[in-house]
Design a binder for this molecule. Structure first.
Ligand code: GLU
Length: 445
């Protein structure tokens, strides 16, 4: 059966390298196994979720080149959650509690002081109907806890191996707050059931939710999906990235000209048994995605590494991939131009800087007018191609007696007005004979 996976961000902020890593593992896994990828916006928190963030998440994913087979919003699914709530209540797995946060905190401290685990004592189960009526008459509103079954919950985690959580040591989790709003736990499970999610791939910060969620799947009559929990990303210094994630948003990386393929290549391989290296398409990453190759240790994310990888990615980027991000002038110069300049770019947008070199106008840098005049005399006739530069400079070497830097450098200065740059053999035919002759004469062309 082809897998169905989901990426479930909350639209309460921009995507950053941490949650994008989860997204791309889901996507790669779906594509590798011919499955589908659901983008689920966890927007039940109506105060913190915004439409702007919901759109930005989609824009950021599209910038990465990620598509989705289905888009779902939790805010449109309250009827399904209410239905699940009612079934859990009918099955006596969800029960109302009336303790205030202060009362709970007091009990917690008392248990800790007694050296006992601070597990909720299910006092609410001992309330009579009359007790509840009295509390409600006082204006108290219940929050609702899920009754855990005691004992170990086990699962085979694709990334972490065999796991178990002893539910006897956990408090019954609150699924619904006193104001009636749902915590993340139940809606997520209801959605995973309704969308037939086969694999839940997410960060290991959710491992602790998994025991409860597995019990919830079963309480709702469903088989739990397969889980894969990825180790968290740390900073290069081994410290948590969480404080810095704000500055590691996709929006920032995009503004810095980071190549989307480099984001993929780094995040898909970081902390795995495979080397981080540039890719020129997603295919090698799709082919290589394998949770067995994800290490158990946290992956360390270094911005410098991303920047370097981004440059190396640009240097090998196919024209078809670069084209949509080139400005009109650079794009109109076509593949030959891109292939000539890409090895000299830090980012795709820098290609624009080479447009005047091939298209003009450019004020040449003249060093040795006599030599440049000789160069003009031996300039090969049209048509020009890849071999023209070699033929020209060989003729010029014979004519002038120069070689090496003395031969080549004045030509580069005159033709490009730059000390360094792409291979002249590739640039020359792009600049064209008329422009070359003008520049050798020192004219702006
Ligand atoms: N909205 C949740 C989060 O971003 C989803 C967690 C999950 O994948 O189950 O943490």
């Amino acid at each position: 059966m082809p897998p169905i996976v989901r990426f479930a961000p909350s639209p309460t902020g921009r995507l950053h390298v941490g949650n994008v890593r989860t997204a791309l593992f889901n996507w790669l896994f779906a594509r590798r196994h011919g499955g589908s990828f659901v983008l689920r916006l966890d927007d039940t928190d109506r105060e913190r979720s915004t439409e702007t963030f919901a759109q930005a998440i989609q824009d950021d994913l599209r910038w990465l080149g990620m598509d989705w087979d289905r888009l779902e919003r939790q805010s449109l699914r309250f009827a399904a959650y209410d239905g699940a709530r009612d079934r859990l209540i009918a099955g006596r797995r969800l029960y109302p509690c009336y303790e205030t946060p202060e009362e709970l905190e007091f009990r917690r401290k008392r248990l800790l002081a007694q050296g006992r685990p601070p597990v909720y004592d299910r006092a609410a189960l001992r309330l009579s109907d009359a007790d509840r009526a009295r509390l409600e008459a006082e204006g108290r509103k219940p929050h609702w806890r899920f009754m855990l079954e005691p004992g170990d919950v086990r699962w085979d985690d694709l990334a972490r191996g065999a796991q178990h959580i002893d539910e006897s040591s956990q408090s019954d989790p609150v699924l619904i707050r006193a104001d009636g709003t749902y915590l993340y736990t139940l809606p997520s499970v209801v959605d995973d059931i309704d969308f037939n999610i086969t694999h839940v791939i997410r960060g290991e910060d959710h491992v602790t939710n998994t025991g409860t969620q597995i019990q919830l799947f079963r309480a709702l009559g469903a088989e739990p999906p397969v889980f894969a929990h990825l180790p968290l990303l740390l900073g290069a210094d081994g410290r948590s990235l969480s404080k810095r994630l704000g500055s590691l948003s996709l929006a920032d990386l995009r503004a810095q000209g980071i190549e989307p393929l480099a984001v993929w290549a780094l995040l898909a391989r970081l902390g795995t048994a495979d080397p981080v290296e540039p890719v020129d398409s997603l295919q090698p990453l799709v082919d290589g995605v394998d949770f067995a190759r994800v290490g158990r240790a946290p992956a360390r994310f270094a911005e410098d590494e991303l920047r370097t990888l981004s440059q190396r990615t640009v240097h090998g980027l196919p024209f078809a991939v670069a084209r949509p991000r080139l400005d009109d002038a650079a794009a109109s110069l076509g593949e030959a131009f891109w292939m000539a300049v890409r090895g000299n770019l830090a980012q795709v947008a820098d290609a624009a800087g080479w447009v005047p070199v091939v298209q003009g106008p450019l004020q040449p840098m003249v060093e040795g007018p006599g030599f440049l005049a000789q160069a003009a005399e031996v300039l090969p006739p049209d048509p020009w191609g890849d071999a023209t530069w070699k033929a020209w400079t060989a003729a010029l070497a014979a004519r002038s007696g120069r070689k090496g830097r003395a031969l080549f450098h004045p030509l580069r200065l005159a033709l490009t007005a730059r000390e360094q740059g792409p291979e002249m053999a590739r640039l020359l035919p792009l600049i064209g004979r008329d422009r070359v002759l003008a520049r050798l004469r020192g004219e702006t062309a």
